[in-house]
Design a protein. Structure first.
Length: 284
C-alpha cells in the first residue's frame, strides 16, 4: 500500500479531534474513488493502476464490492472498507509511505535521431482521439494550429508573455477524457520543464494555477500536484529511462518507455507528446 507522506500527515491531522473521519465522495469509477479533503481530491485506486500522485492504493478485488469507506484513528491511521458481505480494515503505517516529490535531473543528450524515432514509435502505437493522433496523423487543423502556436510562443516567451499565456490556456480542458487530452499534454510538458528547472517555470506555473477553472476538478487536482512537484510513477519511471538512453541504440532505449503506456485511455500518449514538446523546446 502506498501513500504520499504529506497525504498521510494531512489525514492524520484531520483525525486529531475524532476517531472516525468521513470524507465526501467526489466521483466513483470501476477502479478508483475520488474523495474530497480540505478542497483537495484524494484518489483511492486499484493497486494495478498508476494514475495519481496523491493516492491510496488497495487490492483490485475490492473495487467490485465497495459501498463506502471511512478513515479511523488507532495506533496508526487505517482505512475501513464497507463491502456488500464483509468489513475490511487496512492499516496505513508511515513506513509504507512513498514520497513522490520529484528529484531527478536529466542530461541534455537528445538529438534529431531520438526525436525522429520518438515520432515513429508514437505513430505505430497511436491511440484513437489522442492529441498526437489529431495533430500528426489526422492533421486536425484546430489542434494543429493550437499546438504550433504554443511551440512558437514557448520559444519567444521573453518577447510576448501574454501570447504565451493565451496559447497555454488553449490547452487547459481541451479535448475528451476524464483528464482532458490538453491537460495530459500539459502534465508531460510541465514534467520536463521541472526536470530541467527552466527559468520561466515560476511564471508558467502561475499561468496554469490561475486558470485551472478552465478544466474539471479531477484534472485540476492532477495539475495542482504537478505544480508542487508530484507526478505519477509512470512519468518518474520515464525520466529514469530517458537518463539511460544509449545514442548507439536509440530504438531499443526508447522502447522501455512505451511499456508504461497503461495509463488512462489516451492519457499516456498525450503525456508523452507533452514530454516530447518540452524536450524539443529545452533543446532549442
Amino acid at each position: 500500500m502506498q501513500i504520499c507522506r504529506d497525504l498521510f500527515a494531512e489525514l492524520y491531522a484531520k483525525l486529531k479531534n475524532t476517531d472516525i473521519l468521513y470524507l465526501q465522495e467526489h466521483s466513483l469509477f470501476a477502479h478508483a474513488i475520488n474523495l474530497k479533503l480540505n478542497n483537495k481530491l484524494i484518489t483511492i485506486l486499484s493497486e494495478d493502476k498508476i494514475l495519481s500522485p496523491f493516492s491510496l492504493t488497495l487490492p483490485k478485488s475490492f473495487f467490485s464490492h465497495v459501498s463506502s469507506l471511512t478513515f479511523k484513528k488507532g495506533k496508526d491511521l487505517s482505512i475501513i472498507i464497507y463491502a456488500q458481505n464483509n468489513l475490511n480494515t487496512y492499516e496505513l503505517k508511515p513506513q509504507d509511505c512513498v514520497n513522490l516529490k520529484l528529484s531527478i535531473n536529466l542530461q541534455k543528450n537528445f538529438n534529431d535521431v531520438f526525436l525522429k524515432l520518438f515520432f515513429l514509435f508514437l505513430n505505430k502505437n497511436k491511440c484513437q482521439n489522442s492529441l498526437f493522433e489529431l495533430i500528426f496523423i489526422k492533421k486536425d487543423t484546430f489542434c494543429l494550429e493550437k499546438y504550433t502556436k504554443l511551440k512558437l510562443c514557448a520559444l519567444t516567451i521573453d518577447q510576448d508573455r501574454l501570447a504565451f499565456s493565451n496559447a497555454l490556456c488553449d490547452f487547459l480542458g481541451l479535448g475528451p477524457g476524464l483528464t482532458p487530452s490538453g491537460d495530459d499534454f500539459i502534465l508531460g510538458w510541465l514534467f520536463i520543464l521541472r526536470l530541467y528547472n527552466v527559468k520561466h517555470l515560476p511564471y508558467i506555473s502561475n499561468v496554469i494555477a490561475d486558470n485551472l477553472s478552465l478544466t474539471n476538478d479531477i484534472s485540476a487536482a492532477m495539475l495542482k500536484n504537478a505544480l508542487s512537484g508530484r507526478f505519477n510513477l509512470n512519468l518518474i519511471k520515464t525520466a529514469e529511462l530517458l537518463k539511460k538512453i544509449n545514442p548507439a541504440c536509440f530504438e531499443e532505449s526508447i522502447s522501455g518507455i512505451f511499456k508504461l503506456e497503461n495509463y488512462g485511455h489516451s492519457s499516456w500518449q498525450d503525456c508523452l507528446l507533452g514530454v516530447f514538446t518540452a524536450l524539443h523546446s529545452v533543446r532549442n
